[in-house]
Ligand binder design. Structure first.
Ligand code: MN
Ligand code: MN
Length: 261
């Protein structure tokens, strides 16, 4: 079974809030009917038919440590029966518990992370759960067999050292081509930060980082990588969006990812 789960949490964002509203806005793109429900491979990705919408996680305790536990428990339950899960964030901090839950079910787990930012800070502004640190936390667990980062264009000295320390394979945006796809191993999990896209393609993000991927390049990656066991799409910020343009990008990616499950 394919499932969709919304994680409406942006409390670990360092700069702006808004991604907490993303799951509802992306779902709205299917409900409004401006686009049809087909992925480009011909599959009809319709709610209640191709996938089961499990709604949004409800948080009772919004402290970062409690949120981490709540997300991990919910994801563990959703994938226990072998279902493939697409999570809609939320800020990127949600990916730490999501991917850790997958790594406890699938071993060895390989992760493809597409983002403008490496999100590898050892400690960002005193919050270990910050959306700037999920991949540092994940690599510390020792549960990830390989991490490949694509689209990165914001390395500072600290994060470059962190990438080296954790053996991360990085395809920086300045060197981008599609050759990395041939080297990806399975089972594969995809974590997609919308700000990997050029701001011209996706203005509805908290951190505009020029010089990014085109929507078509991302679609090519999704359509070419090995079959996925799980994925998340994070950091869409409806507050910064223009006429739901980026919501529609999120919806398009959602259909294409589910078409690869
Ligand atoms: Mn990110
Ligand atoms: Mn980012």
């Amino acid at each position: 079974m394919i499932k969709l789960l919304g994680i409406p949490f942006d409390g670990n964002s360092s700069y702006l809030h808004g991604p907490g509203q993303a799951p509802g806005r992306i779902r709205q793109m299917e409900a409004e009917g401006s686009a049809n429900t087909f992925a480009e491979n011909g599959q009809d990705i319709r709610s209640g038919v191709a996938y089961q919408d499990r709604g949004n996680i409800v948080f009772e305790d919004l402290s970062p440590a409690a949120v981490y536990q709540t997300i991990k428990r919910n994801v563990r339950e959703e994938i226990a029966d072998g279902s493939k899960l697409l999570c809609l964030g939320g800020d990127h901090s949600v990916s730490f518990p999501i991917i850790e839950a997958h790594a406890e079910k699938y071993q060895p787990l390989h992760v493809l992370h597409i983002d403008a930012h490496p999100d590898l800070y050892e400690n960002f502004e005193g919050n270990l759960y910050s959306h700037a640190s999920p991949f540092a936390r994940l690599m510390e667990t020792g549960k990830i067999a390989s991490l490949t980062q694509v689209g990165i264009r914001t390395f500072n000295t600290h994060q470059r050292e962190q990438a080296k320390r954790y053996g991360v394979k990085v395809i920086e945006m300045k060197d981008f081509n599609f050759d990395f796809i041939a080297g990806l191993q399975t089972p594969l999990y995809l974590s997609f930060d919308i700000d990997a896209l050029d701001p011209a393609c996706a203005p509805g993000v908290s951190h505009h980082e020029p010089g990014g991927l085109s929507t078509r390049q991302v679609l090519h990656i999704i359509q070419s990588i090995p079959n996925l066991i799980g994925a998340d799409i994070v950091e869409y910020n409806p507050v910064r969006d223009v006429n739901n343009m980026t919501a529609m990008v999120g919806y398009k990616l959602m259909k294409e990812v589910m078409g690869r499950f």
